[in-house]
Ligand binder design. Sequence first.
Ligand SMILES: Cc1ncc(C[n+]2csc(CCOP(=O)(O)OP(=O)(O)O)c2C)c(N)n1
Ligand SMILES: [Mg+2]
Length: 575
Amino acid sequence: MRKTITGTGGMLLIQTLKDAGVEYLFTNPGSAETGIFAALLEDGDQKLVVGKHEGLVAAMADGYHRISGKVGVVIAHVMGGSYQLAGQLFNAQVAGSSLLVIAGDWASELQDYRGLAPFPGLTQAESMRPITKDARCAYTVHTNPKAISQATIRALREATTPPTGPVYLSISAELLNRDGLEAQIGEDAHYVIERPGPARPQTVEAIARRLAEARCPVLMFGDDVWREGAQAEAVALAEALEAPVFNTRQIFANFPSRHPLFCGMYPVSKDFEKVTGLKPDLIFLVGCQGVHGGVAEPTIMQIGPNPLLMGRHYPLDVAVQCELRETLRLVTEALKRSGDRVAGAARQRAKVRAFARLLIEREENLVREHEHDPGVHPSVLEAQLADVLPKNTVVVQESSTARTTLLPFGHGGMTWTRSGGGSLGFGVGAAIGAKIAVGRERPVVCHLGDGALGYSAAGFWTMARYNTAILTVVSNNESYQVVRHNWHKDMPDAKMFREDKYPGLWLSAPAVDYVGLARAQGVEGESVTSTKELEPALRRGMEKITRENRPYLIDVSVAREGVGAESTWYQDWQL
Ligand SMILES: Cc1ncc(C[n+]2csc(CCOP(=O)(O)OP(=O)(O)O)c2C)c(N)n1
Ligand SMILES: [Mg+2]
């Protein structure tokens, strides 16, 4: 129902957000947003979630959005505060997360510069534009109070319409504080732009025909499969074809990672061809943004609701903007109608399951090799997490070298998410947002590297303040280990590899006491330095977060694997 609202600009904003069903406001406040916080006390329905750094705040809103499916709303400070959102807003942009960031704006025609505001010649919203949806969704409300509610609703709708992504809205601080304003709110907050429907019948037939004719079609399921809840349909298609499923850099587990057709990361390895005797000749990208890297198969088909990146790097033989659940169901039905031919081809791909099984066996062998090591090998941590974590766990992962092959993520198993853009500082905040989304119903585990934790180390306070009972597991190898691996790929002959010295990557000297770091902010924890301590600690951790409903941290000293594993060298100079 349409109604007229009155009050300060801040009150118009808060009432508009409330009318749109926004329950949580993730924030780090400042004095350009006086009107917003003053309004919150007038109308205290919304819950504030305070984070002590904007990166944390954006990650919290993103984690909340990803697990609840609702928009994550951030109240941020003017330019100087908004710029601190950057790394995590970048992640949200890459991930396509529906976020709305609202900040006060000190732009004034009389004074063209003041502290914390952008330099003369720049405007605040424009300065944030590159890290919003499509690098274009940044808006300002300067003078017209009616635009506060209108622009807010428009921004919410824009954030949630495919391609989804973060939207930034700055509102004049003067307008937020000014009283006696009037605006309209009402039903326009609740309409949504209808999404694309299923692919047309002839397109469905064309897709099915190409899948049926391929000797070895490869399937890749992207994040829109998760967003549209089409995981069961993805499994049904893979099983109808007996086709191998590969992953690229994704933020959700769109296909179950322990499914007997799941074959690991794309590109298809030489091993796959050796074990199966099959050479992939078609790739079907379903709900993916695209592949991270090149595509090797001669035929490429891509479908999904988001056409933004379709065909930017490689020509597509079939490309469709469509929804996924019904389309996948129709394609699978069409394949089944073609009967014996498809079934016969599927039988010839029996070895795909053998390859998938081989990946698991290799990992299990690695665990057996290391299960009696005195120190914790990453594969042993992986195996124990697979044992201890219940199927309904939400896992937020920000550990670059943690192993995950044995963990059952995806449909029928655990929920899993990672940053998307790779900008470190995501994990702690995202886990808090995820926990707020699931409440006490489901456990949330944040598994992150010691390096990653450093970018969001102030987050334990937020966990303690709102009692978000998260189990934080730190894979602590005292280094930025994955960077060594990547450097080695780039310059294997460099002096640093001959001498085993890696500038900038050793994080100890002094060692950081992560249990102390958490405790100082109100979260209890313990450290694990040997394999035999690990399982009891993980079980204790799960008890803490479930039965006792308290956040907990386990700092696990893990072995370094691969290049530079033995190196503790650092450039040793001091003042
Ligand atoms: C904001 C940001 N800065 C720097 C990097 C570069 N980087 C990528 S991975 C990594 C190290 C991660 O270390 P850790 O979390 O301890 O994981 P490990 O590789 O040791 O398992 C760094 C510094 C990044 N991804 N993001
Ligand atoms: Mg590390």
